[in-house]
Design a protein around this ligand. Structure first.
Ligand SMILES: Nc1nc2c(c(=O)[nH]1)N[C@H]1C(S)=C(S)[C@@H](COP(=O)(O)O)O[C@H]1N2
Ligand SMILES: [Mo]
Length: 446
C-alpha cells in the first residue's frame, strides 16, 4: 500500500491521454498574456448586469414533438433493483484513482467525482476511500468498542449497547490531510476529482463521544484520547480531550443508512473539521491518557516539514478552502458563449463559510458568488456564479472566507510560508484555464 507521503511526488510516466483530452502537463501562465487581449475585460462588463442571451430553441425538435419509445412501452418493473442504483447514463460518475500514484493494482486511495455532483451531500456510493490496511469487513455482532485508561470504569460496548445512548444527526466534511498534496510543486492532475476529491460530506448519525466518556468517567488527570481502528492498519491517533468532549461522534450511519464497509462499518469516529486520518474507522478502542502517544501517524506521518528542517506537528484543523467543480477539466464548458453557470464547493474546519469570490481573469477582478443550500458548521457549502460568457479564454479561481475571517491563500503564498516539502494542508487557490473551445485544464497563474 502506498503512503500519503508519496503524494508529493510528480508523475514521471505521464499516463496516456485520450484523443483530444487536454494536456495535463504543468503550465504557468502570466496574467499579462490574458490582459493583452482585453477580451476578458469585455466579457466581464457583459456580466451580471445585462440579461443573458436566451438558451432555448424554437426550431421544431422531434424529441418533444414525436412520441418516443420510453413513452410508448411499459417501463421496468419495481423488482429490477432491490437496492437502487443510478441511471445507466450516469455510469461514469464513479470514484477513480490515479494510476501512477499507487504501486499496487489495488489502490489504497480513490477520489470523489466532485465535478459531477451538486448540492452539499456526497452520495454514499461515491465517497472517496482511504485505507492504510485495506477495508475490513466486520460483522457488527462481533464488533466491540472498549474505553479504558484513565477512567473510573473501563467499559466494552457492543453495537446494541451504543444504540441505547441518545444519538444526533450532523453533516460534516471529511478531508484527507493530503488532499491537493500532489499540487504543492505545481499544477499536475487534470480534474478536480483528483486535485480536490479526497473529501466527502455526509450526514452522520451517532452518539456524542462525550456521553460515552461520561459513562466511563474520565479521571481528572485524563487529558488525551487515543483512538484505534480494528482493521489491519491499527490506525491510531491522539486527540485532545477538549475536542473529544466538544463535537466528536461515534457514528454508525451515513446519509441515513449504515456506514459503508469502506467507511468503517459498523462504527467510526467523527472528528469535525480535523484531518481525515483522525476519523478512525472500524473504531475498536478509546484509551484515555495524560499526554499524546506520539504514534507513527502523528510523528513520521501527518507532520509538515518546513524549509528550516523543523516540522509542524499536530496540525489538526483543515483550513478554509474552495474549488470550482464545474467547469473543470473533466467537465468542460461545452455549450459555447452566453448564459453560463460556474459552481463549486467551499469549506473550513473552523466553522461555516461566510463568503466566496470568483474571478474569471486569474485574480484581477473578483465577484461575489452566491452560496446556496444549508450553511452548516464544518460542512461543505455550495456556491454558484452566473455570468454571460463572451467565449474568450478564462482563468477561473474561487477564494473562500470562513466565519473566523480566514481567507484562502494563493498557492504561492503557501509555498512562501511553508516551502515545497509539504504534502499536507494545501488549501491554496486553484486555477482552471477555460479555452475558447471550452476545453479546461489545470494551470497556475504567477
Ligand atoms: N481504521 C482506520 N481508520 C482510518 C484509516 C485507516 O486506514 N484505518 N484511514 C484514515 C484516513 S488517512 C482518512 S483520510 C480517512 C478516510 O475516510 P474515508 O475512507 O471514509 O474516506 O479515514 C481515516 N481513518
Ligand atoms: Mo488521509
Amino acid at each position: 500500500m502506498k503512503k500519503e507521503d508519496d503524494m508529493a511526488k510528480q508523475d514521471t510516466s505521464r499516463p496516456a491521454r485520450a484523443a483530444g483530452a487536454p494536456d495535463p502537463s504543468r503550465r504557468s501562465l502570466l496574467r499579462g498574456t490574458l490582459a493583452a487581449g482585453g477580451a476578458v475585460a469585455a466579457g466581464l462588463m457583459a456580466g451580471r448586469a445585462r440579461a443573458a442571451a436566451p438558451v432555448t430553441s424554437v426550431t421544431p425538435d422531434p424529441l418533444i414533438t414525436e412520441v418516443q419509445d420510453w413513452n410508448r412501452y411499459l417501463g421496468g418493473g419495481v423488482d429490477t433493483a432491490p437496492y437502487g442504483l443510478p441511471s445507466e447514463f450516469e455510469a461514469d460518475v464513479v470514484r477513480r484513482n490515479v494510476a501512477w500514484l499507487t504501486a499496487d493494482t489495488t489502490s489504497s486511495i480513490n477520489f470523489t467525482p466532485l465535478h459531477a455532483l451538486d448540492g452539499i451531500i456526497t452520495p454514499n456510493g461515491v465517497c472517496f476511500e482511504r485505507h492504510h490496511g485495506g477495508a475490513a469487513e466486520i460483522d457488527p455482532a462481533q464488533h466491540r468498542l472498549m474505553i479504558h485508561g484513565l477512567v473510573d470504569k473501563p467499559l466494552v460496548f457492543t453495537m446494541a449497547d451504543l444504540m441505547r445512548f441518545p444519538r444526533v444527526n450532523r453533516v460534516f466534511f471529511l478531508e484527507c490531510a493530503a488532499n491537493s498534496g500532489m499540487e504543492w510543486r505545481g499544477s499536475q492532475l487534470n480534474g478536480c476529482q483528483f486535485t480536490h476529491g479526497m473529501i466527502h460530506n455526509v450526514m452522520y448519525t451517532g452518539v456524542p463521544l462525550r456521553l460515552l466518556l461520561e459513562e466511563a468517567g474520565v479521571k481528572p488527570s485524563g487529558k488525551w484520547i487515543l483512538a484505534e481502528g480494528a482493521d489491519a492498519s491499527g490506525m491510531t491517533r491522539s486527540i485532545p480531550l477538549e475536542k473529544a468532549l466538544d463535537d466528536c461522534l461515534v457514528a454508525f450511519k451515513m446519509n441515513g443508512e449504515a456506514l459503508r464497509a469502506e467507511q468503517g462499518y459498523p462504527v467510526r469516529l467523527v472528528v469535525p473539521g480535523w484531518e481525515g486520518n483522525m476519523w478512525v474507522k472500524w473504531l475498536r478502542r478509546l484509551e484515555v491518557g495524560d499526554k499524546p502517544w506520539q504514534q507513527r501517524e502523528e510523528t513520521s506521518k501527518y507532520t509538515d516539514l518546513l524549509p528550516t528542517g523543523k516540522a509542524r506537528r499536530f496540525t489538526w484543523m483543515m483550513d478554509v478552502k474552495s474549488v470550482i467543480t464545474n467547469p473543470s477539466p473533466q467537465a468542460p464548458l461545452s455549450h459555447g458563449k452566453g448564459r453560463t453557470v460556474v459552481t463549486g464547493l467551499a469549506w473550513s474546519g473552523a466553522g461555516t463559510i461566510k463568503r466566496v469570490d470568483v474571478t474569471l481573469d486569474g485574480g484581477r477582478n473578483w465577484h461575489a458568488a452566491r452560496i446556496d443550500g444549508p450553511s452548516l458548521d464544518k460542512s461543505l457549502h455550495r456556491f454558484y456564479y452566473e455570468f454571460d460568457w463572451d467565449g474568450s479564454e478564462l482563468l477561473l479561481q474561487s477564494r473562500a472566507m470562513d466565519e473566523m475571517g480566514y481567507v484562502q491563500p494563493t498557492k504561492n503564498a503557501l509555498r512562501t510560508s511553508r516551502g515545497e516539502n509539504s504534502i499536507y494542508h494545501n488549501n491554496g487557490i486553484q486555477t482552471w484555464r477555460v479555452q475558447a473551445d471550452g476545453v479546461t485544464e489545470n494551470v497556475e497563474v504567477s
